[in-house]
Design a protein around this ligand. Structure first.
Ligand code: SF4
Ligand code: SF4
Length: 303
């Protein structure tokens, strides 16, 4: 089965962002499926595997859907725990794509060698379809090319290079082209720069859809209207004339105690401590929600 060019990202609906109930999220996913999307992206971090269980319950056939998830496993035990959790909570016998989340370079990959070996064993048994990585780093894309078992790469890429930690959009494109030559499957994230490029929606989509190295594009969608608009633009190729209005952002509660955990967690250096509380530089934030999981008191929200 071929994945649709448009992959529905489910972070937006998850407890880390809009916190939509599983039944409602699954209804939207079923709507997306009915609209031609058969590819869905999640992560252990997003705490939303129950969406998939509900999706099967709504009658969407498991065999008609490609599920990609990602986790932070680094050892045999953590890899087996992550896989078992995904299978159990999604109520499925297999995961189509399993990614190592947030890989930065050959060094981080080496630190995950035991997890890769373990996942590969399950790939050979048919419990995992394909292995790979997600990354905000050009060095991450290059690192994945050193291991032929890592067939899938989920890189951040957009016309402005927003969120690429170690270089420009052009450098990322070159790394992706090299990966493509090696036969990797690439599905891009953050084509709209976490919302920063909504005002340049058409240009951003023209850029991403023009990249020959990309097989699919993950986009977070939280309403039928958004699904319709993205299907129209990305699957049917009818790009809208101009900007899209959608206000999203990060919100820090006044109760923040300034512990700095979120600041440490943000790869984009969008958070700093000022006068004892966390403050965000919205121009750097890509709405990835990693900081949300770092705040044990839930004082950060992405809305
Ligand atoms: S501030 Fe939070 S949501 Fe924004 S880029 Fe940093 S970690 Fe991601
Ligand atoms: S982790 Fe939470 S409490 Fe700590 S600085 Fe960030 S928002 Fe404030």
């Amino acid at each position: 089965m071929n994945p649709s060019r448009l992959c529905m990202g489910t972070l937006t609906l998850s407890p880390l962002q809009k916190n939509v109930p599983a039944e409602e999220a699954a209804r939207l996913m079923a709507y997306a499926y009915g609209s031609g999307i058969n590819f869905f992206d999640t992560a252990e971090l997003y705490s939303n595997y129950s969406f998939f269980k509900e999706l099967w319950r709504l009658g969407v056939p498991r065999g008609d859907v490609i599920v990609s998830t990602k986790c932070y496993a680094y050892s045999k035990d953590t890899a087996e725990r992550s896989l078992e959790k995904a299978l159990r909570e999604m109520d499925t016998d297999y995961i189509d794509i399993f990614l190592l989340h947030e890989q930065e370079s050959i060094h981080t990959l080496r630190g995950h060698a035991e997890a890769i070996d373990t996942f590969w064993k399950y790939k050979e048994q048919g419990v995992i379809g394909s292995l790979g990585i997600s990354t905000h780093y050009i060095a991450g894309v290059k690192a994945a090319c050193t291991d032929e078992r890592l067939h899938v790469i989920h890189p951040i890429i957009n016309v402005a290079g927003i969120g690429i930690v170690d270089g420009t959009a052009q450098e990322m494109v070159l790394a992706m082209e090299e990966a493509k030559k090696q036969g990797k499957f690439l599905f891009a994230m953050k084509a709209l720069g976490g919302g920063h490029l909504l005002k340049r929606y058409r240009e951003a989509l023209e850029f991403i859809l023009g990249l020959k190295s990309i097989d699919a594009l993950a986009v977070g969608m939280a309403s039928e209207e958004e699904i319709d608009a993205n299907v129209h633009a990305i699957i049917e190729g009818a790009l809208p004339p101009g900007a899209v209005e959608k206000k999203r952002g990060i919100f820090i509660e006044p109760y923040c105690v300034g512990c700095g955990a979120c600041v440490e967690r943000c790869q984009q250096k969008a958070l700093t401590l000022k006068d004892g509380v966390a403050v965000v530089d919205a121009s750097r934030c890509v709405l990835c929600s990693y900081c949300v999981t770092a705040c044990k008191d839930f004082f950060i929200k992405v809305l």
